[in-house]
Write a protein that binds this ligand. Structure first.
Ligand code: ZN
Ligand code: ZN
Length: 884
């Protein structure tokens, strides 16, 4: 009933073939099925124009393991794939391409012309990443594939914007935002990367209006001074009580500004006085709001100085800084310049120094949304795995600021807001209004901005299932079960899906969040282009196959922690697959006359080895299942590795070989066939979620009841087969066999040589066990004459012995080795060692050496002497045994 497997495992011949087969048979598809419980994972959408990297390979492996496992457990398992439009990243790439190939800038073409190019780009590169994902063996339902900018997602975005606006959770306001002058777009707080930079602190004199004196104000960005509208002091600072309300003259500009009191100022820091530039600093913006200060914008969107900057108009911000500092110097208003280390915000995409600017933006009000999102994790509706990430999440959510969602880009979801061109009425709606509700005009202009990419990603768990329509899929598959993602996007993405889901769907988006770490190089460094230490998953698949890559990535993996990618690990995973292949070949070669349908179960007689392996199998099934429930993927692979390699291949298969070869006893022969078939079948099922291709190939040769192992049942432990006694007995037997093998090794006994052995113990039970396992011990330790006895009548005078598990193992030396030859060898060794000891002693007694040689050499010599002396004692002991 089994066909022979190819002699050697070749992933090339197997992987693409099975992937196509699975797709052709719709095995990845999930449908609404009221008879089954759903299990849903939404694939975190990779960038549509991206390339598969090792981080994708890792996250996809986890998701595929969970999906395949749940599918086999009988769930209606949906893993929904998709890609993300990645607003900024894609727009930057399209702009670059336009410049390069057409010599055009964004200003040279219309929005529509730009979008045509962006869509072309998306179509050209969009399939790359999905095709690459297939090579990993992902079992996601491609028929449900989505794109964050497809029509359905666009409907969801418009609907959610309108709903949040109507609940007054979206508003438009002047606000200080992070601005990238190069990308010319707003950045959210988390898109700004802070880097410690060597800069300068400029101390500038501001003269009082009324008195002939001045105050000193320090700043790292003197050009912003041109937009100062106040000086602030700590309201409790006794030094400055009299100054509050007084006026100073802003240098160069000669504008009168007032000294105000504000809690933000720290009297301990610097002079205890700060300049306030509401238009160009987030803290100053808030001081301005509290004190009703004027907002004067002196830097524009291209980081050039505005008209308000007077004589500096048109200069770049740094050019202005140089000029202004010179001018202050000449006017005698520059007190000093100090070197100063400070943190500077940079654009996460292009590293340009971010300029805080005030402008009209759209915001999501976070207070209420955050509260609900915190609650859902606090009351365990949503669980982070590992749990420690909830602290990271709480810390961020509890200190969250309103989320600026407008981006000055073209590629993305355009904000569904129209401005009446007559009366300036703002209309928020799902489509362009026909008529202005306040002035009846029909002329509108849509907001130019698009939404932050994460706005649409935040809707991913339900927009992909048809929301805002009330679809059957949405009803059945939502809330989803597990989100698998890296810790770097807990804020960007995870948190946003949670509050969007809670608000718009009134339900959590997922119950578990499995956080995984990064894949680092062998030395623990981050993989990067500049270090050139990246690993291309497609190259690895080409060389060793996807199964080996998958196994490697989860080996040693623990939730939340980084792993190192080591060539030795890849080698070990490949060896494991080869071991599995060869063991399967062996089992199958002995199944040629075996027919499951013809088995007479009542005739099967399970030996100790059979009982043992069947019991071990039940325990492994239990263990692997519960480890998967806890997301302990690293331990799952370790358990399976050990069980397959050690217990099944090294022990069980060796133990049944005599039965299979001799075929003396029909029932013993059939039982060995049946048990080896059954254990292998279960091993393949347990391994399938990790290594889908090799298991499918072997399983199909073995005995396929179903069309594919991926739709076969997940093993369930059979309580009747659990047998602690058999496991304990086999432990004793295996330890005795191992002890005998060790002695044979030490004595350098030819592996094929059949020897004599005596096993004795005071414990009657152990004697019974040994007698039951006599055949195993004889076979696996190559013993011709095995005596098992409670009462040892004649102890052989020359023997090597060991005691293990309260059993004394006695190997008479006669027949084991050539006694005279061995004595000769030992005597020769003893002479050599003695000579070495004398040599070392001579050196150590030589005062010239001891006094003049470096310490470590003297120490080395002493250690050598010590070692030789120990060796000598051992050799003498052996010689005594032999001569006894
Ligand atoms: Zn930028
Ligand atoms: Zn109007």
């Amino acid at each position: 009933m089994s066909e022979n497997l190819a002699t050697k495992y070749d992933p090339d011949k197997v992987e693409d073939k099975w992937y196509q087969y699975w797709k052709d048979n719709d095995f990845f598809a999930a449908e609404v099925n009221e008879d089954k419980e759903p299990f849903t994972i939404m694939m975190p959408p990779p960038n549509v124009t991206g390339q598969l990297h090792i981080g994708h390979a890792l996250t996809m492996t986890f998701q595929d393991i969970l999906t395949r496992w749940k599918r086999m457990q009988g769930y209606e398992a949906l893993w929904l794939p998709g890609t993300d439009h990645a607003s900024i990243a894609t727009e930057v790439k399209v702009v670059d391409k336009m410049r390069e190939e057409e010599g055009l800038d964004k200003d040279d073409i219309s929005r529509e012309q730009f979008l045509d190019r962006a869509w072309d780009w998306t179509e050209e590169y969009g399939n790359t990443i999905t095709n690459q994902l297939e090579k990993m063996g992902v079992s996601c339902d491609w028929s449900k594939e989505r794109f964050t900018m497809d029509e359905g997602c666009n409907e969801a975005v418009k609907e959610s914007f309108v709903q949040l606006y109507e609940k007054e959770l979206i508003y438009r306001d002047d606000y200080i935002i992070n601005w990238c002058p190069d990308c010319e777009t707003t950045l959210s707080d988390i898109e700004v990367e802070h880097e410690d930079t060597a800069g300068k602190m400029y101390h500038i004199r501001y003269n009082y209006k009324e008195q002939d004196d001045y105050i000193i104000v320090a700043t790292t960005r003197p050009e912003t001074m041109l937009g100062d509208t106040a000086i602030a002091v700590d309201p409790d600072d006794e030094r400055y009580q009299d100054l509050i309300g007084q006026k100073v003259i802003l240098p160069i500009v000669n504008r009168e500004i007032e000294i105000v009191a504000d809690e933000y100022v720290d009297s301990e820091f610097g002079t205890g006085m700060v300049k306030v530039t509401p238009a160009h600093d987030p803290n100053d913006f808030e001081i301005g709001q509290r004190n009703d200060l004027e907002v004067i914008k002196v830097i524009n969107d291209q980081a050039k100085m505005t008209k308000e900057a007077g004589r500096y108009e048109g200069m770049d911000r740094y050019e202005c800084r140089r000029q202004l500092v010179d001018d202050l110097k000449s006017a005698g208003l520059l007190e000093k310049i100090e070197e100063h280390q400070h943190s500077v915000g940079q654009c996460y995409r292009c590293d340009t120094v971010v300029e805080p600017l005030v402008s009209k933006q759209w915001f999501v009000a976070m207070e209420e949304l955050a509260k609900a999102a915190i609650e859902a994790v606090k009351n365990d509706e949503i669980n982070f795995v590992p749990e420690r990430f909830d602290k990271v999440y709480f810390n961020w959510m509890e200190n969250i600021r309103d989320w600026c969602i407008s981006r000055q880009l073209w590629w993305g979801h355009r904000i569904p807001v129209w401005y009446c061109q007559e009366c300036k009425e703002v209309i928020v709606d799902r489509q362009e209004p026909d008529i202005c509700p306040s002035c009846s005009s029909t002329r509108f202009k849509q907001d130019e901005d698009v939404l932050d990419t994460w706005f649409s990603s935040g809707l991913w768990p339900f927009s992909t299932l048809g929301w805002p329509e009330k679809t059957e899929e949405l009803d059945y598959f939502y809330p989803t079960d597990t989100l698998v993602t890296g810790r770097d996007i807990i804020f960007f993405w995870v948190a946003r899906m949670i509050f969007m889901g809670l608000d718009l769907k009134d339900e959590i988006p997922f119950s578990d969040i499995y956080i995984h770490g990064l894949v680092r190089d062998a030395q623990g460094r981050k993989m990067s282009k500049s270090l050139g230490n990246g690993v291309d998953p497609l190259e690895v698949i080409d060389e060793v196959g996807a199964d080996t890559l998958r196994f490697t990535l989860i080996t040693g993996n623990t939730p939340g922690n980084d792993i190192r990618y080591r060539p030795e690990k890849v080698e070990a995973s490949r060896n494991f697959n080869n071991k599995l292949w060869n063991a399967s070949r062996f089992v199958m070669m002995n199944l040629e006359d075996f027919d499951l349908a013809e088995i007479d179960y009542s005739q099967l007689e399970y030996t100790l080895a059979d009982q043992w392996i069947l019991s071990r199998l039940q325990n492994i099934i239990k263990k692997v299942t519960s480890l998967l429930e806890d997301y302990q993927f690293g331990q799952v692979s370790q358990e399976l590795y050990d069980f397959v390699w050690r217990e099944f291949c090294d022990w069980y298969i060796e133990l049944i070989k005599p039965r299979l070869y001799q075929k003396e006893d029909e029932s013993a022969y059939q039982t060995a066939q049946y048990v080896s078939w059954m254990v292998l079948d279960n091993i393949l099922r347990l391994l399938h979620p990790i290594s889908p291709f090799i298991t499918e190939e072997i399983w199909n040769h073995l005995a396929a009841k179903e069309d594919s192992i991926m739709v076969a049942d997940w093993p369930r432990p059979d309580q009747l087969m659990l047998n602690d006694r058999a496991e304990r007995k086999m432990e004793i037997v295996m330890s005795v066999i191992t002890s005998i093998r060790n002695i044979r090794n030490e004595m350098k006994v030819n592996p094929g040589r059949e020897i004599t052995a005596i096993l004795t113990s005071d414990d009657a039970k152990r004697i019974e066990i040994l007698k039951e396992a006599k055949g195993y011990i004889s076979d696996l330790a190559t013993i011709a004459d095995l005596e098992i006895t409670k009462e040892l009548a004649n102890r052989p005078d020359k023997a090597s012995t060991a005691i293990n598990e309260k059993i004394e193992i006695i190997l008479p030396l006669e027949g084991l080795i050539d006694l005279d030859k061995e004595i000769n060898r030992l005597e020769k060794d003893i002479e050599e060692v003695k000579y070495e000891i004398e040599r070392a002693k001579g050196k150590l007694n030589n005062e010239g050496f001891v006094n003049n040689a470096p310490d470590h050499l003297v120490k080395e010599e002493e250690e050598k002497k010590q070692e030789y002396q120990e060796k000598l004692a051992g050799l003498k002991e052996r010689l005594k045994e032999l001569k006894a």
